[in-house]
Design a protein around this ligand. Structure first.
Ligand code: NI
Length: 262
């Protein structure tokens, strides 16, 4: 067994790396070598969705998993690969090579001090390819640098919005109006987390189209209001609470397996 699961905590403050001291982290590492790293994006989410949707949702799911398992949660990486959203104001993107280096350096920083299981909790589809490429590079670098845990270091990418129970629930709630970007499921979670967003929601006139993703100019021409195939006005805060529960339950089990069996 690699790690023991520390077990549920009453207060999420005790699992937030940002407010832990280094002696507390050192003590934690004697029991558990796992950590959750939430990553998101800062990008347009249609005319009614928050720019920070992917970071807010990833962080909330990560904290809820941390609360249920006792596993530490690192500060959220709120920026991701959002090149195709750059035609909309408020979007802030890292190019793939930049994001790769950021994830690479953050994971190696954790590994240097003994973390062996890095569970990257992702809120943005555009990060997937780059995060996996970063993991491939991390393993090689860890060996080359002689990091003691190099041979037992494991990274895992968990995309909360692709969790089978979340996917099924989203289908039940929204059918094919879930779409691919600015989806009612992710917007629902933000309404649950940030009630001030509820008053920004309204029906949108034209159904959103689906199609490919290329550059940001092409994206804005194809999807002028930023949505892809979605009807985000179907979002409700109570759906968000339900989806958070579905994601946290399934991913807490996934994390336990990752920490104790792989
Ligand atoms: Ni999103």
């Amino acid at each position: 067994m690699i790690s023991k699961l520390p077990g549920p905590v009453n207060n999420s403050d005790s699992i937030r790396l940002a407010i832990a001291t280094w002696p507390e982290v050192e003590k934690y590492l004697k029991l558990c070598k796992g950590i959750i790293l939430p990553i998101g994006s800062t990008e347009q989410h249609g005319p009614t969705g928050a720019i920070g949707t992917d970071a807010l949702t990833a962080e909330a799911v990560a904290i809820e998993i941390g609360r249920r398992t006792g596993v530490f949660v690192a500060p959220t990486l709120a920026y991701g690969m959002a090149e195709h959203h750059l035609g909309f104001p408020g979007t802030m993107s890292l190019q793939p090579q930049t994001l790769l280096k950021v994830i690479h350096d953050l994971v190696l920083s954790l590994a240097r001090n003994g973390f062996e299981r890095i569970y990257v909790l992702n809120g943005h589809g555009g990060n997937i390819a780059t995060a996996k490429a970063a993991f491939a590079e991390v393993y090689g670098t860890a060996v080359n640098l002689g990091i003691p845990v190099a041979s037992t270091l494991r990274c895992k990418l968990a995309n909360w919005f692709m969790t089978p129970t979340v996917f099924t629930e989203a289908r039940n709630l929204y059918g094919d109006r879930e779409g691919q970007h600015a989806t009612p499921s992710e917007i629902s979670l933000t309404l649950h987390l940030e009630p001030s967003l509820i008053k920004k929601q309204h029906e949108l006139p034209e159904p959103a189209l689906v199609g490919p993703i290329h550059g940001f100019e092409d994206f804005k021409r194809r999807y002028p209001d930023g949505r892809m195939g979605s009807d985000p006005f179907l979002a409700r805060a109570e759906h968000g609470a339900l989806l958070l529960e579905r994601a946290a339950k399934a991913l807490s089990q996934d994390l336990e397996t990752f920490l104790t069996k792989s």
